[in-house]
Write a protein that binds this ligand. Structure first.
Ligand code: SF4
Length: 348
């Protein structure tokens, strides 16, 4: 595990520093006590809600500092509480996410990445070998399972599979890291590999990866040891092309823009509005923090484009009454870029 300790954004940045912990077992409580914060806000993702109350009391008892727990759903390090959501707090403890290095932060932040060990890399490599995947693979992992990549690469190498672990853009903190909105670490090795192996649980990250890269994607669950079939990229893209076709005739567009610090692409929203108007369409920018499909009901708009988390359109688009596109899809609907090759909306 790469221990990063305190990361100070530097003298030119107005942002407070942040600290990174692999698990809860490290020096987190000691560091929180030593920092003597005024008030701490605790943010936990859905999978860890069950522990939130105990954890809040544990922090309160160990530090003597008031702790409040944020209730709204949290999807990534991109949606920390605003100063209005946690009045008086000067520190945030956030579980299950890595820092997004190029994002603004208002609170001193303690990222507890909740890294996990997973099964023996030899066993995992043996599973991959017997499934006869391509002999040159790009390795990508969610934050919880990144520590497995070097050992897995070694074991795959012994079994004749060459691997590459790429360096991503400024939104990613680590080599080989996958974020649901940014697969630049995988893309950086795309010329050197014939397929990708995602290491982690669930379908969220491998699905996004399948949109972002052209080579086949397999998902390896390091806890159960199960290896998926290659994801059906063609089907995923066919469905998006259908949504683009439904949205293309729209004259009145809503441009969705989030106020969350790590989902805020208001500049892009303004650019897309100008592009729509240049093509004779009407476009209105709609601002929100967390978006509920019900908030858009009854509006006099025929289609939407999201500049917030790109996964809202890709994963939850069907929950919306009108077609919802990503930014590159919107440019295709305007006729400004070809439909294919499909371009994933990478949040840089
Ligand atoms: S923008 Fe979406 S995919 Fe990216 S970190 Fe936030 S919730 Fe995850």
């Amino acid at each position: 595990m790469e221990e990063r300790g305190v990361v100070d954004p530097g003298r030119d940045s107005p942002d407070p520093p942040y600290r990174v912990y692999a698990t809860m077992e490290g020096s987190l409580l000691e560091d929180l006590r030593a920092a003597r914060h005024r008030k701490i806000v605790l943010q936990t993702p859905a999978g860890l809600l069950r522990n939130a109350t105990d954890l809040a009391s544990q922090i309160r008892e160990a530090t003597g500092t008031p702790v409040v727990t944020l209730v709204r759903a949290c999807f990534g390090a991109c949606d920390p509480p605003s100063p209005e959501e946690a009045p008086g707090a000067d520190a945030l403890v956030t579980l299950g996410h890595a820092p997004i290095p190029n994002m603004r932060r208002h609170l001193t932040t303690y990222f507890v990445e909740m890294r996990q060990k997973g099964k023996d890399p030899e066993l995992l490599a043996e599973t991959v070998r017997s499934a006869k995947l391509p002999s040159r693979l790009g390795l990508v992992a969610s934050i919880q399972h990144l520590d497995l990549l070097p050992a897995l690469a070694r074991e795959l190498g012994v079994r004749g599979t060459e691997t590459r672990i790429g360096q991503g853009g400024r939104r990613l903190a680590y080599l080989g890291q996958a974020l649901g909105c940014n697969y630049t670490s995988a893309e950086s090795v795309s010329r050197e590999v014939e397929g990708y192996l995602f290491v982690g649980t669930g379908r969220f990250h491998p699905l996004g990866l399948a949109f972002a890269v052209e080579q086949p994607v397999w998902a390896l669950d390091p806890l159960s040891g199960a290896l998926s079939e290659p994801l059906d990229r063609e089907r995923l893209i066919r469905r998006r092309l259908l949504t683009i076709a439904q949205a293309t005739p729209a004259r009145r567009w809503g441009i969705l823009a989030s106020a969350f610090d790590g989902q805020n692409r208001l500049g892009m929203a303004a650019t897309l509005k100008a592009r729509a108007e240049a093509h004779g369409r009407q476009a209105e920018i709609l601002i929100f923090d967390r978006l509920d499909p019900a908030d858009l009901l009854g509006r006099d708009l025929e289609a939407y484009v999201s500049t917030a988390c790109p996964r809202i359109a890709l994963d939850d688009g069907e929950l919306f009454e009108r077609p919802l596109l990503t930014a590159p899809e919107f440019l295709s609907a305007l006729g400004e870029r070809p439909l294919l090759p499909y371009r994933f909306d990478t949040y840089a």
